[in-house]
Design a protein around this ligand. Sequence first.
Ligand SMILES: [Cu+2]
Length: 498
Amino acid sequence: MTPLLILICLVLITIVVIQIGKVTELASSIRGEEDTQIEVNRWSGILSLIFVAVFLIGCVYSAAYYKNYMLGYGPHDSASAHGSSIDFLFDVTLFFTGIVFVITHIALFWFAYKYQGKKDRKAEFISHNNKLEVIWTLVPAIVMTLLVISGLDAWNEIMPDVGDDEDYIEIEATGVQFNWLLRYPGPDNLLGTRDFKKITGVNPLGQDWTDPKNHDDLQPNEIVLPVGKKVRVRITARDVLHNFYLPHFRVKMDAVPGIPTYFIFTPTKTTAEYRQELSNYAEYQVPADPEDPEGPQRWETFEYELACAELCGKGHFSMRRVVRIVSEAEYEAWLSQQGSYYLDNIRNGDEDPLKGQLLDVEITQHKAEFTSALKQALSAPDTVEKVVPLNYVQFETGAAQLTPDSRYELENLADAMKDNRNLRIEISGHTDNVGDAANNMTLSQARASVVADYLLSQGIEASRLTARGYGQTRPLVSNDTDENRAKNRRTEFRILSK
Ligand SMILES: [Cu+2]
């Protein structure tokens, strides 16, 4: 109802204004005020010329003034390999449209001045002019064709997919309301499969946990990439439209639910290098926080960013993510600190279809733990005791019977003995304080011997091995909680000589 009333009011107001206009016109012609009108026309013409001059000078001045804030100018050279071709295309377009912009604005206001209403001046009627029409159709058509062709050329150069033999990193960005979910492939360099039907609260991407490629995938909060390495970003969305936009790298691609797409780019400047570039410009030599004049300057706090360039809803602003471009070594260090999403959040929980099974990724991880503990022990000074835990050698409860999965850790140990021919070790078994101390002693001795027997069966010389049970006499921590008792039930070895 209200919109209808407003509409009626608007229509009535328009009619009133038109009627007043007509009355005024009629009244002035009756009173012979044609001269006044001509004076008004003259002033309108002069003011039009002043306006267009101020407007065009203002355009040029503001462009020059804000140059160092605009992408493609000042310090904002593209930070990716393909970016300069996009910037070039932008400049070419700006050149042609700039010429048209200036000419049409000058012509528009010049005509208003030149052909202002005067006494005895009559409008000329031209039905058509072939020559003019050919010119204003052909010139834009040629320019448009040139722009489109060079645009397609740049597109084809930027968009080919990576070849099989190419060295690249593949990451994935999924737009959700209102967030980017980022995924890295982990050490296997392969992203695992997804199925939207598998999406749950703890599985926001719908990853299929029976696919081993998913087991080492990471879900970091920021994008960290090594400089100079080709990156393929898989882009998709879970709900509404989003847009994956990395302004400094001239990367921009719609993220559409159900239509996975990609963008390939190679970062060419680290964050630190970009900051260095910014530090040369006065605009960035001011405090980043105006409240804190002594604090860091704008160039020091600069970060590349991932933005959503689609107006996706009221939480749109919160989709910003920091992008860090670092050296290869820093990237590797960062990567090694990121935990697998599956192992940290899903493993052995309610949603884990592989609950209780040992996974390849865990076998690899356990081997890495063993290798690093051994390396540390081998390089330790002789004054300290060199003990290496065998965390994944486990026995059936109350028995000296190895669990099937223990073989992987035993293989690690056997390999270490073969690789280090002079290594002599003492294998030791330990228990918690539950049960009879004498029984515990016997049990731990039996367990240590089982490990030694395994090594003997692998061809390791008996002279390099001793096995000893310590029962409950050497707890690592006090036996006060279940967790602590589990830590004390352990098998380890001590390096006697190397
Ligand atoms: Cu969005």
